[in-house]
Design a protein around this ligand. Structure first.
Ligand code: 5GP
Ligand code: 5GP
Length: 210
C-alpha cells in the first residue's frame, strides 16, 4: 500500500504502583477476588494517542471485549494487570474497559489477543521495579527525587518516562503512574512525542509500601 492514513500517532503504555492507588486520598482500593496483587507495578493500559495530546476512544462498539479470546493469557493478566477498583472483581471489568475505550482504537495493528499479549510483554520488557531497585529506589515509604526516579527508569528501559503523582492521605506527593511510549505499529518503545499534561509531582516523591 502506498499511502495509509494513520489513525493515531503513538501509544502510551501506562503502569501503576498499587501502593499509591490504595493509600491515595482520592480513591479507596479493593483487592481482586483472586487475591492481593504482588508488590510490583501493574498495567493500567496501552492507549493510542495523537501528537497534539488528544486521543481517540471507544472506536468500535462492534468489537466488544471477549474473555474467551484471551483465555491463554488469563493467569498472566491476573498477575500483571490486576484491578484495584472497588468493588472487588476478577479483572474482566477493567480489561473490558481498557479494550473497549482504548484497544478498539488500535484495531489497525492489534486484535484483542495481540493487544493484551503485547501489553503484557511490555511490562516484562520494561521491568520498572527492577530498574528502580538497581538505583536504590525502593517501595519503602521514603521520599526520592523526581529526577532520580526518571533517571533510574531511563537507565533501565532506555527511555525517558513521564511520572504522574497522586497524594496520600496526609497530602504527600507519591509515585502513582509511569508513562512510556510505543510506536504506532506497536513494535518498539520510543521516546514520547509529547508528555501528558499534568500537575507537578513536587521535588520529593514518596514511594509507598504495598
Ligand atoms: P482509563 O483511565 O483507562 O480511561 O479508565 C480507568 C477506569 O478503569 C476507571 O473507570 C477505573 O475505575 C477503572 N479501573 C478498574 N481497576 C482499576 C485500577 O486498578 N486502576 C485504575 N487506574 N483504574 C481502574
Ligand atoms: P524539566 O523537565 O524542564 O526539568 O521540568 C519542567 C517542570 O516539569 C518541572 O516543574 C518539573 O518538576 C516538571 N516535570 C518534569 N518531569 C516530570 C514528570 O515526569 N512528571 C511530572 N508530573 N512533572 C515533571
Amino acid at each position: 500500500v502506498l499511502c495509509v492514513s494513520q489513525d493515531f500517532d503513538f501509544f502510551y503504555f501506562v503502569q501503576q504502583w498499587p501502593g499509591s492507588y490504595c493509600d491515595s486520598s482520592s480513591s479507596r482500593c479493593c483487592y481482586p477476588t483472586t487475591g492481593k496483587p504482588a508488590a510490583d507495578f501493574g498495567i493500567h493500559g496501552l492507549w493510542p494517542n495523537y501528537n497534539d495530546g488528544s486521543y481517540p476512544q471507544n472506536c468500535d462498539s462492534n468489537n466488544p471485549f471477549d474473555g474467551s479470546k484471551i483465555s491463554d493469557l488469563i493467569s498472566s493478566m491476573r498477575r500483571n494487570w490486576p484491578t484495584l477498583a472497588c468493588p472487588s472483581g476478577s479483572g474482566e471489568t477493567f480489561w473490558s474497559h481498557e479494550w473497549e475505550k482504548h484497544g478498539t482504537c488500535s484495531e489497525s495493528v492489534f486484535d484483542q489477543h495481540s493487544y493484551f499479549e503485547t501489553t503484557l510483554g511490555l511490562k516484562q520488557q520494561t521491568n520498572l521495579l527492577q530498574a528502580l531497585k538497581t538505583a536504590g529506589i525502593k517501595p519503602d515509604g521514603k521520599k526520592y527525587s523526581l529526577g532520580d526516579i526518571k533517571d533510574a527508569i531511563k537507565e533501565g528501559t532506555g527511555y525517558t518516562p513521564w511520572i504522574e503523582c497522586n497524594q496520600d492521605s496526609s497530602g504527600n506527593s507519591q509515585l502513582y503512574q509511569v508513562y512510556l511510549c510505543l510506536d504506532n505499529s506497536g513494535s518498539s518503545l520510543i521516546e514520547c512525542p509529547v508528555f501528558p499534561k499534568g500537575k507537578k509531582c513536587g521535588s520529593a516523591i514518596e514511594f509507598p509500601i504495598f
